[in-house]
Design a protein around this ligand. Structure first.
Ligand code: PGU
Length: 461
């Protein structure tokens, strides 16, 4: 039992500590202004005229329950704890070399050297971020000649990578569109729901993935977007849909834009893989540009985690395309107002890297070549995995859906129990929705992975 002691040093009227039950002690603690109680530590606190001494091993944080591990980042933690030599981390979407090592792009190293040579300082950035970055990131997304840039109709604010940029947009929605709903694809990147939940923005799902065809449920998607209340925000993955790797065709994008326009919805793009899906920055931005060309107001969150490998630098942006320059100025001012009490101003390092790479024609071309190399390696392992599965699996199952998917991931169709079997028996770490990151796979490990998938698929129900 807690050997709690609360006594008054000054007031003779204080009850003797021995007569207090633990419940009463807790009640008293809750009434104290700001005293820290933890593990038998002794703290004193001035309490009006009364000076209290408290010793207890009951924490004020006892009401805080244990949070579950993160479904994606928690997989890496479990991977690190596994000592098996065959272990493979296909959980997080992070690019690895053929030797399964993390990769820092050459252009990033060159940009960092430039920064050192220049002796760039570490002063605070403005709330909206580095001007050269904001210019470069909008031009990369829309194309430098896009009229929305020339007409200054885009509010661009540097964000804490893709996640932070989405979170800022969610805060804007919560403040200026109270009650408006965000509709998100089913399935989607696991953190989308957390972001909108924490920002107190209501959300619901639209159909996206059809397990029967292991493809896009286009009819379901269209009818669910149509059924959403007018003026909803429709969250769309710009390219390389996570987790399915299934993107609409250009014709389907046109139809999606038609419905969104009819319903007066607001498209909200998450662009986390520009250049990483096809290897081309322009091709991967085509969906966003199609909506912008229709003169729609659009929100777009960007991330440089994957395409420049700047995962830990937390560099990205939120762009809000408005129908007038005046509206864009006002929106930007409010995004800054939201950012200020959240994190004050963004980090400078990644912003300078992006600005240096995009702003220097030689580095820009080198970046494109490195991106093609990374996208190419992923395409090669995708092909090899398909070949290995097709050769080894004698059941006649068609694995060609793997080749139709695009980007870092393959959605294998393995269910939760089968995915758990992949980890428990084969030491293949992956998310429980059946997603594997091909960016964490090498050609040398494809056969092993194919054995694991075939075993899990056929022998676990
Ligand atoms: N949006 C999508 C669609 C993503 O896949 C990711 C990253 C992000 C945004 C956010 O990335 P930032 O690093 O904040 O720019 N998804 C990866 C990375 C791990 C994670 O969940 O954050 C993934 O494995 O799904």
């Amino acid at each position: 039992m807690a050997s709690a002691l609360l006594s008054s040093l000054a007031a003779a009227s204080a009850p003797p500590s021995a007569s207090l039950s633990p419940r009463e002690i807790n009640k008293m603690k809750l009434n104290l202004p700001c005293t820290s109680f933890k593990n038998s530590s002794i703290k004193t606190k001035s309490f009006g005229r009364i000076r209290m001494v408290a010793t207890t091993n009951v924490s004020r944080f006892d009401g805080v329950t244990m949070a579950p591990p993160d479904p994606i980042l928690g997989v890496s933690e479990a991977f690190r704890a596994d000592t098996n030599a065959m272990k493979l981390n296909l959980g997080v979407g992070a690019y690895r070399t053929e030797e399964l090592q993390p990769y820092v792009l050459d252009v990033v190293k060159k940009a960092e050297n430039l920064m050192l040579e220049r002796g760039d300082n570490k002063e605070y950035l403005p709330i909206e971020g580095l001007a050269a970055f904001n210019k470069a990131t909008a031009e990369l997304l829309f194309g430098a000649d896009n009229p929305v840039i020339k007409q200054q109709r885009v509010a661009t604010v540097q964000g804490l990578s893709g996640t932070g940029s989405l979170r800022l947009a969610a805060a804007l929605i919560e403040r200026y569109f109270p009650g408006a709903k965000v509709v998100i694809s089913s399935p989607t990147w696991g953190n989308h729901k957390n972001i909108f939940n924490d920002a107190r923005v209501p959300w619901s799902e639209y159909r996206y993935y059809d397990p029967k065809t292991v493809g896009l449920d286009f009819e379901g998607m269209i009818s669910d977007i149509k059924a959403a209340p007018d003026g909803s925000f429709v969250l769309l993955h710009g390219c390389a849909h996570n987790p399915t790797g299934i993107d609409p065709t250009p014709e389907q994008w046109e139809k999606i834009a038609d419905v969104i326009q009819e319903k007066n919805h607001i498209p909200f793009f998450d662009v986390a893989y520009q250049g990483f899906a096809s290897g081309s920055l322009d091709a991967d931005a085509a969906s966003v540009r199609l909506f912008v060309a229709r003169d729609m107001e659009v929100l777009i969150a960007q991330s440089y985690s994957k395409n420049l490998g700047l995962y830990a630098e937390r560099i990205g942006a939120i762009n809000v395309v408005c129908s007038s320059a005046d509206a864009a100025t006002r929106v930007k001012s409010q995004l800054k107002r939201l950012a200020r009490p959240m994190y004050s101003n963004p980090p400078v390092h990644g912003a300078r890297i992006v600005a240096n790479v995009v702003g220097d024609p030689t580095l820009f071309n080198e970046w494109k070549a490195e991106m093609e190399m990374m996208a190419g390696r992923i395409k090669n392992v995708r092909q090899k995995l398909f070949d290995s599965l097709s050769a080894k699996d004698k059941s006649g199952k068609d694995w060609s859906f793997i080749l139709k998917q695009i980007g870092m991931f393959s959605f294998t169709g393995l269910n939760k129990a089968q995915s758990e079997h992949m980890t428990n028996k084969w030491h293949v770490y992956m998310t429980k929705d059946g997603r594997i990151s091909l960016a964490g796979l090498s050609l040398a490990k494809c056969e092993y992975l194919a054995d694991a998938i075939i075993d899990s698929f056929h022998n676990v129900s």
